[in-house]
Design a protein around this ligand. Structure first.
Ligand code: ZN
Length: 223
């Protein structure tokens, strides 16, 4: 958990990023290239705490500073003394941030796998399963309670995670493969992950109430 990455997201004013690669420290593991039959012009790094940009992929909603750049020190974030991954799909890159999109508000982050393949989605931090159900919009959907009023939710998963409600999960524990279940845009394989705070109510009915979703990319790395 001490692996600290210095990561810089660079976005244009239009939120479009072309030809970007993962931004990692020199101590990162050797890059792994994608399958030979897939167009993967840039090497992909699979270190667990990278926050990576997608080659040639549009990234919407990333927070921009005055010089149209977004800077982060780490792909970890902390809120209310809970430290968690902001990219809980190792090897995947970010495709959409938190904020206004298509006339509504995108209340989470989207990630896609290298070469648009699926990768494993993992728990952003240790916690307890509070919801594991099918949703028409988010497909296979699981919500974890990390304590101190912090929750993460993972949608469009390929299969229902094996972890039952009320079971505990470790940080980085595999949940399910990234999928396109529910109303995934254009059937695109991706992870929609939500970060929320508050007091969850009526979880026994599969509801997801009384929580406020927040943007983890604007949070500090350390508690
Ligand atoms: Zn999304």
């Amino acid at each position: 958990m001490s692996l600290l990455m210095r990561i810089t997201l660079i976005a244009s004013f239009l939120g479009t990023i072309y030809g970007c690669t993962s931004l990692t420290t020199p101590s990162s593991p050797q890059p792994v290239t994608g399958p030979k039959d897939k167009p993967t012009p840039e090497p992909v790094n699979t270190a667990p705490f990278d926050l990576m940009l997608c080659d040639g992929e549009r990234v919407s909603n990333v927070q921009t500073s005055l010089d149209s750049r977004v800077e982060r020190n780490s792909a970890l974030a902390c809120l209310q003394d809970v430290k968690f991954m902001v990219a809980p799909a190792p090897g995947a890159c970010i495709t959409s941030g938190f904020g206004p999109r298509f006339g509504t508000t995108h209340k989470g982050l989207d990630f896609q796998g290298p070469g648009r393949s699926a990768v494993m989605v993992v728990a952003a931090a240790a916690g307890t399963v509070v919801i594991n159900k099918w949703r028409d919009d988010l497909g296979h959907w699981i919500v974890l309670d990390h304590g101190n009023g912090i929750y993460t939710g993972y949608g469009h998963l390929q299969d229902a995670p094996k972890q039952a409600v009320n079971s505990t999960v470790n940080a980085e524990e595999p949940l399910a493969m990234m999928g396109a279940t529910g109303k995934a845009a254009r059937g695109k394989l991706h992870l929609h992950v939500e970060f929320a705070k508050g007091m969850l109510k009526q979880a026994e009915h599969g509801g997801y109430f009384n929580l406020d979703r927040f943007d983890p990319l604007v949070l500090p790395e350390d508690c």
